[in-house]
Design a protein around this ligand. Structure first.
Ligand SMILES: Cc1cc2nc3c(=O)[nH]c(=O)nc-3n(C[C@H](O)[C@H](O)[C@H](O)COP(=O)(O)OP(=O)(O)OC[C@H]3O[C@@H](n4cnc5c(N)ncnc54)[C@H](O)[C@@H]3O)c2cc1C
Ligand SMILES: NC(=O)c1ccc[n+]([C@@H]2O[C@H](COP(=O)([O-])OP(=O)(O)OC[C@H]3O[C@@H](n4cnc5c(N)ncnc54)[C@H](O)[C@@H]3O)[C@@H](O)[C@H]2O)c1
Length: 494
């Protein structure tokens, strides 16, 4: 069948991941009609191959570790991780790779869904090749939003493609855990998957051309690397991969420094590439295959109707940040369509200012790394008069209760000129939930003098905030000399 139908909506959203869904939802709430074009599963990468399944794989080992780290509970843990049960739990989180629930949600939210591959085909126009082979032309009265996400990047390493490497999709949807796994790359995917597979009993080797988690504070990189080594993971850092050979029994990854890593599988975890190659960008004069540039309302410069949101714009490749952009986009499209006020000054309702100032991220490694804003190095490189204040998390009463022999570290980075926090990193067991307080302080630009009045409950791990402030000193005139820039640790009794 090859019929061409034409339909008109206020908004056409190309790509139905978490980002596309949120754009459409906000626009419909703003009184517009919206359609999503999706060629795979509604819900996208995060729901089926990224955040949710990866965190499901990591959560069970973390829960087991937590129990083993508290005397009394530890004695009750007599068995090993049940890997089959972990995978079964992961399957529940992906709804067994069915998007029925998301489709029902979209219907309930008043959003239409077209299944098929969509491409821009002109001004305010998207042409969809649907699953049944027909062609549908969607015209947008007001806007088209591109939310097509990103794919795993496969670097041009000799023999790698021929070795049919796993990408993060294969790792997160694993059905049979390999005996050995070589991971090329040293970012979040590499660190998290090394953590998960090591817990499943796989012999893991990480080959990274830089440090592990190289964008993180140095102490975070070191603690995660030390911990992975203690779990039997081999780390070949600052090592480039020369070539990959494959045979009947697996792969051999050869490094430029002469190491040869044999493994059943190789996982390539070397970043992402934008899904902007085959979406018709050339039909409106844009270059395919690159991250799509936008202003802070997520609109593409030079267009009054075209937006690019989420991973595909390369601003911050995280679901929560993409959804934040999506809320701004859906709302601004509705505001522009309805002729109501557009709030596009920094921190306004219709801009994604936080992308530049406060992007939170948690690496669910062991220990976890939770960070937001700038590292000390990044703050200095950006020209801030920055000071880092460090504190050992294990010295906080709440942490010592949380786990026996709790080890971790916290750092806040202070802009000395404004006396506000511009970055924070927490490393340790279960630090993820500490992060939002830091994000709030950064976004709110809460002066340190006022932060003293935000009293953490005793005995919680959040008392780290008090310790960081005490270490900083209450007012700059009275601040002791021994508090230096950098990473000195200062124990203070409870
Ligand atoms: C292993 C892994 C773990 C991660 N863990 C986390 C985490 O813990 N927390 C976090 O915040 N982020 C995490 N991320 C990042 C997160 O997955 C992405 O930032 C997020 O999925 C981006 O959402 P998106 O909607 O922009 O893109 P996607 O989720 O990729 O959605 C894009 C959608 O568009 C569809 N599409 C593309 N082209 C077309 C077309 N031409 N026609 C029709 N449909 C099309 C795709 O099928 C897809 O459904 C992780 C990423 C990976 C790889
Ligand atoms: N918990 C989370 O929030 C989470 C978890 C996983 C992924 N993610 C997101 O998904 C995205 C992808 O993660 P990722 O780990 O693939 O990317 P990344 O950008 O975090 O890390 C990429 C790594 O690959 C290395 N690399 C790049 N090109 C290479 C090459 N040619 N040869 C060897 N090494 C190379 C880099 O040095 C780096 O170590 C990230 O942007 C991240 O934000 C988030």
């Amino acid at each position: 069948m090859d019929t061409t139908l034409i339909e008109e909506y206020d908004l056409v959203v190309l790509g139905g991941g978490a980002v596309g869904e949120n754009i459409a939802d906000r626009a419909v709430r703003g009184g517009l009609t919206a359609v999503i074009v999706e060629h795979e599963l509604l819900g996208g990468e995060c729901s089926y191959w990224a955040c949710m399944p990866s965190k499901a794989l990591l959560r069970s080992p973390a829960a087991l570790r937590a129990a083993r780290n508290v005397a009394g509970a530890a004695e009750a843990v007599t068995g090993d991780l049940d890997v089959a049960a972990v995978l079964a739990r992961r399957d529940r989180f992906t709804s067994n790779w069915s998007d029925d629930g998301q489709v029902a949600w979209a219907r309930g939210a008043g959003i239409d869904l077209i299944r098929g591959h969509g491409r821009l085909s002109g001004i305010r126009e998207v042409t969809v090749r649907t699953a049944d082979g027909s062609t549908l032309v969607l015209t947008a009265r007001h806007a088209v939003a591109i939310a097509t996400g990103s794919d795993a990047a496969i670097p041009d390493i000799d023999g790698l493609r021929e070795a049919k490497p796993w990408t993060s999709r294969d790792a997160t949807s694993v059905r049979e855990v390999p005996g050995s796994l070589a991971i090329i790359g040293g970012g979040v995917v590499a660190a998290e998957m090394a953590t998960a597979f090591a817990a499943f009993g796989t012999q893991v080797t990480v080959i990274a051309r830089g440090d592990l988690l190289s964008g993180a504070e140095p102490f975070a990189r070191e603690r995660v690397a030390d911990s992975l080594r203690s779990q039997g993971v081999e780390l070949l850092l600052h090592t480039d991969t020369a070539r990959v050979l494959h045979g009947e029994h697996g792969v051999t990854v050869e490094t430029v420094t002469g190491d040869a890593v044999g493994a059943e599988r190789v996982l390539v975890a070397t970043g992402r590439t934008p899904r902007s190659t085959d979406i018709g960008l050339e039909t409106v004069g844009l270059t395919p295959g690159v991250w799509i540039d936008t202003d802070d309302t997520l609109r593409v410069p030079g267009f009054d109707w075209l937006y690019a949101v989420g991973d595909v714009n390369g601003r911050a490749l995280l679901t929560h940040q993409g959804k934040y952009q999506a809320r701004a986009t859906g709302d601004v499209i509705a505001a522009r369509a309805n002729g109501t006020t557009v709030s596009d000054a920094a921190w306004g309702a219709h801009v994604a200012t936080a992308d530049h100032a406060a992007v939170p991220q948690v690496a669910f490694t062991d220990p976890e790394v939770a960070s937001v804003g700038l590292t000390l190095a990044a703050a200095e490189a950006a020209g801030y008069r920055a000071r880092a204040v460090d504190y050992e998390l294990g010295w906080v009463a709440g942490a010592s209760l949380h786990a026996d022999d709790y080890r971790g570290q916290a750092r806040m980075v202070v802009d000395e000129d404004r006396s506000v926090i511009i970055g924070a990193t927490f490393v340790g067991p279960d630090v993820a939930e500490l992060l939002h307080a830091a994000t709030t302080a950064i976004v709110g630009e809460v002066p340190l003098d006022r932060l003293w009045h935000a009293v953490p409950a005793y005995p919680t791990v959040s008392e780290i905030w008090l310790r960081l402030l005490e270490t900083y000193g209450r007012d700059s005139a009275a601040r002791p000399d021994w508090i230096e820039r950098g990473s000195d640790l200062h124990p203070i009794a409870a």
